[in-house]
Ligand binder design. Sequence first.
Ligand code: ZN
Length: 338
Amino acid sequence: MEISGRLVVGREMEVVEGTVEVEDGRIQEVRRESVDSDDVVVPALVNAHTHVGDTVAKETGRGLPLDEVVAPPDSHKHRMLRSTSREEKRRAMKHTVDLMEGVGIGAFGDFREEGVEGAKDLRAAAEDSPVDDVVFGSGPPEVLDVADGYGASGARDDDFHRERAAARECGKPFAIHAGERDSDDVDGAFSYDPDLMVHMVHARSQDLERLRETETPVVACPRCNLVIGVGKPPVKELVDATTVALGTDNVMLNAPSLWREMEFVSKHWNLDDSEVLRMATVNGAETLGLEDTGVIEEGARARLVVLSGDRSLKYVDDVVAGVVRRAGAGDVKDVVLL
Ligand SMILES: [Zn+2]
């Protein structure tokens, strides 16, 4: 298979005219040559933090304080999950996975509620999809038999030392929400020596220093933070300190579109556009432990999005700026997930 156009290549997100040659699911060659197509080819996006389980509750729970909307075990979200059948939840999760594929998301990392059964349900929902599902399970340590890692709801919700030890024992990552409402649970989260932290809206200077020292990656979810009303993460400072990926968080509160997340981040914090594209691709892949993913280079997995050069990106000279600040689902012409 050959895909031609303006290619956004390598970690540096360099724009080159040429052709990507794909064989056996891998990028065989990135050939620089003059081509007829003005399509733009970028790595498939990586949504590094979601809760697809709450697809059944879209646009409900808004306006409630954080704990009442999402905290286990008796928040709005958990009541909605309990009152929905497993079959319906699986169908809804599959719907969101397919939706993400259609808009160019090639992988997602999900904190799945509902313990072992919840993790099994997401596995089943994503089974036939070419989108990579990285499932962070919850509940008892046994969830790690099914899930790719453990996703702790937060240090103030419970004691997770048993689960942390179990994750270490089986060599799977331990991830945790931290600093979403305030900074009170950040020290607790660090005490687990997590492989990944989500949110860090209220990261203090000592927390940034600790992220830098421990090289702990962070997934920022700024649009969902806005919906819940917890404030905005210090994205620039986080980017200076560590690897930052982007997530859309709860499907019930926020559409799982990384195009919108990139646009918001780039316009609000005015970061370098290549940095924002890295956050939504290769940083997410590395954060979720996906190898050879999130970048267009020889040897990488062939996971690409082809954007039309004829819609939002027409008349855009700075291709990466156009992709980050202006492209959306309506520009997606093809999604290649091999
Ligand atoms: Zn979350």
